[in-house]
Design a protein around this ligand. Structure first.
Ligand code: G3P
Ligand code: CA
Length: 240
């Protein structure tokens, strides 16, 4: 099974931080998933929420702060005092970590709430500058954003994120177009996923933190998952 560390190794380290990504690299996972937003001054930063409140000692929207302002906050202490002072990473810093490894990188473009003018162009450019096209998949709940990725860089793999089953997933993916389906766990164990897999479309499932769910997915033929606990899930899969 392909294991993607979700927001880095976010079960044991503060999500979307350099510490979480270094831990994922140490564990030799297949890849890492992380989320990108854009600051007031147009910098790409790695954080899940539109606001910084949940994962830092500050509050407010990413879009309303400059990178320098965001760098003044602590993105580690909310998780544990062991990670006090963790800064918000830029996209570039995360790409730098994995520039010399084998890992696949799933960049989730978080433009589904705020449109972030020019964000997709910046993400595509950053990936190209690092020669990472072959190891990157760009995903989004904003399917217009992944359509734009394909217009700019047809060679990049894209994935449409879904919370629910679709009536005709293959037709929909082709209409975007998107190469892969990233699917919420409860929808993935329903029979519809099998039809997609039969057509050799890549399906990756989020977020799989329990061994029994990894096992259930294997039985329906799903071979790629996102997990907050890659070490635990990899240990379990080795017993299979
Ligand atoms: O990319 C898979 C998963 O991360 C999507 O949901 O809310 O965790 O970003 P979310
Ligand atoms: Ca995500």
């Amino acid at each position: 099974m392909d294991i993607y560390a979700h927001r880095g190794s976010s079960g044991t380290h503060p999500e979307n931080t350099i510490s979480a990504f270094r831990e994922a690299a140490r564990l030799q996972v297949t890849g890492v998933e992380f989320d990108v937003h854009m600051t007031k001054d147009g910098e790409l930063v790695v954080i899940h929420d539109e606001r910084i409140d949940r994962t830092s000692n500050g509050n407010g929207f990413v879009k309303d702060m400059t990178l320098e302002e965001l760098r003044g906050f602590d993105f580690g202490s909310w998780f544990s005092s062991d990670f006090k002072g963790e800064p918000i990473p830029t996209l570039q810093e995360v790409l730098d970590i994995f520039s010399t490894t084998h890992h696949h990188l799933n960049i989730e473009v978080k433009s589904d709430i705020f449109p972030y003018d020019g964000m997709v162009e910046k993400v595509v450019k950053a990936v190209a500058m690092m020669n990472l096209d072959a190891r990157v998949v760009i995903s989004s709940f904003d399917h217009g954003a992944i359509r734009r990725v394909k217009q700019l860089a047809p060679q990049l793999e894209t994935a449409a994120l879904f919370m629910e089953s679709l009536v005709n997933p293959l037709n929909y993916l082709r209409s975007i177009p998107a190469d892969a389906l990233h699917l919420f766990l409860p929808a993935a164990v329903r029979p519809f996923a099998r039809g997609v897999l039969d057509e050799k479309v890549k399906v990756r499932v989020f977020t799989v933190n329990e061994e029994k769910h990894a096992e259930a997915l294997l039985t329906v033929g799903i071979t790629a998952i996102f997990t907050d606990f890659p070490e635990k899930i990899m240990a379990f899969l080795q017993t299979k």
